[in-house]
Design a protein. Structure first.
Length: 200
């Protein structure tokens, strides 16, 4: 299969003969939590808006997933239609989960981003003004302060047209015809996901 950058992905069959997708993630450079968070997010979502996780082996960095169709980016939809499809799929995926899920919060993600921005600014020999840096850091701090666990939901974190795949049950009145793959797995406000659409 084509298009991935962080894992080997191939079609497979279960012992029972059912079709599936095997994903084997490449080793992580630091932290070692990215795949663990993805697995947790997929388990919590349980197929609602996300690809269904059939089995996982974190030690082998392997996931067995339900098969899906083509990526939204390859289906010829206009940009506005793609945004509508992604938003519809996201609405199905935003489920409330407990704070002890083991997933990072929007506040911790914003704190990580602050450090990343500041460190990168120095590493790249200060490529923008001090004012631009401080503005970015103030925005990240605002997101840290605004985090509300009562209204937070499971968010994908990278919902774009390459991570939105067609399902094999079209024209359903109760479920979306698309599902999301490769979630970051974060507990945050729903707007967190919508920012990705603005970036894309």
């Amino acid at each position: 299969m084509k298009g991935g950058s962080e894992a080997y992905v191939a079609r497979a069959r279960t012992r029972g003969g059912s079709e599936a997708i095997l994903k084997v993630a490449i080793p992580e450079t630091s932290g070692g939590t990215v795949l663990a968070h993805e697995i947790t997010a997929l388990r919590l979502a349980d197929g609602h808006g996300y690809v269904r996780l059939l089995r996982s082996d974190l030690g082998r960095r392997a996931l067995l997933l339900e098969p899906l169709g083509m990526a939204l980016r390859n289906l010829g939809y206009a940009t506005r239609a793609q945004i509508d499809i992604i938003c519809t799929t996201l609405r199905e995926s935003w489920v409330h989960i407990s704070s002890d899920s083991g997933l990072p919060s929007g506040a911790s993600a914003a704190q990580w981003l602050s450090k990343f921005i500041a460190d990168l600014w120095e590493t790249l020999a200060r490529p923008c003004s001090q004012e631009a840096l401080e503005t970015a850091l103030s925005f990240a701090q605002a997101r840290t302060s605004a985090f509300d666990p009562e209204s937070a939901v499971l968010v994908h974190g990278d919902a774009h047209n390459g991570n939105t795949l067609q399902t094999f049950f079209q024209n359903s009145q109760t479920r979306s015809s698309f599902k999301l793959i490769d979630p970051d797995g974060i507990i945050a406000e729903t707007a967190y996901d919508l920012g990705v659409l603005m970036r894309e």
